[in-house]
Design a protein around this ligand. Sequence first.
Ligand SMILES: Cc1cc2nc3c(=O)[nH]c(=O)nc-3n(C[C@H](O)[C@H](O)[C@H](O)COP(=O)(O)O)c2cc1C
Length: 205
Amino acid sequence: MSADAVRRSFTIGITGASGAIYATRTMAALLERGHHLEVIVSDYGRRLLRDELGDRATVDKLFDYLASVYGEGVRRGTYTIHSNKDLGAKVASGSQDCEGMVVVPCSMKSLAGIANGLSRNLVERAADVMLKERRTLIVVPRETPMSLPQLRNMVLCAEAGAMMLPAMPAFYQMPKTLDDLADFMAGKILSALRVPHQLYPSWQG
Ligand SMILES: Cc1cc2nc3c(=O)[nH]c(=O)nc-3n(C[C@H](O)[C@H](O)[C@H](O)COP(=O)(O)O)c2cc1C
């Protein structure tokens, strides 16, 4: 364990919207702080990891990929990968101990499923569990432009208690690389989970 003394448990849902790097940076940041992750990757999330990060980033090799890109410190944490089809997995129940969930990146399809409580797969069910248990649910949607139904689905999620945290990195921290942009988004997610971090410099006014 490093910075944070207590091992906390979070669910990460990775779906098929552009921005795989936001998911891997968020996972690495939580793992290197010693936390436990329950990870669910949709079919198009799996494709996205490969398409955007290459063959080294397939789900079965994800821990090694994270260690090679972000350093061996990620091994301070632990994670379990769940099938998105397994609606009997631990995270499908409110009795599980995950205190929060992030869907990063969140496709418009998964957004619609979460907004309407469809629970068609484990990502949607685990998100629904967070809402019904009044725990932290962070949704990181990525699409542009957005249709009216997509905008309405974001409102539905927000009304149900989710935090909408769009994949909109800022530029006031003078990013030089894609990693700087990913650090910013991962930092926003860690802040929302109340996990201390220094992923980007705080605004000094
Ligand atoms: C490389 C790639 C990038 C995509 N980017 C987006 C995106 O940014 N936003 C989105 O809503 N859908 C995007 N899609 C389409 C979704 O993956 C598709 O709607 C899929 O059915 C989503 O399913 P899921 O939510 O179960 O992962 C993308 C698909 C591919 C293959």
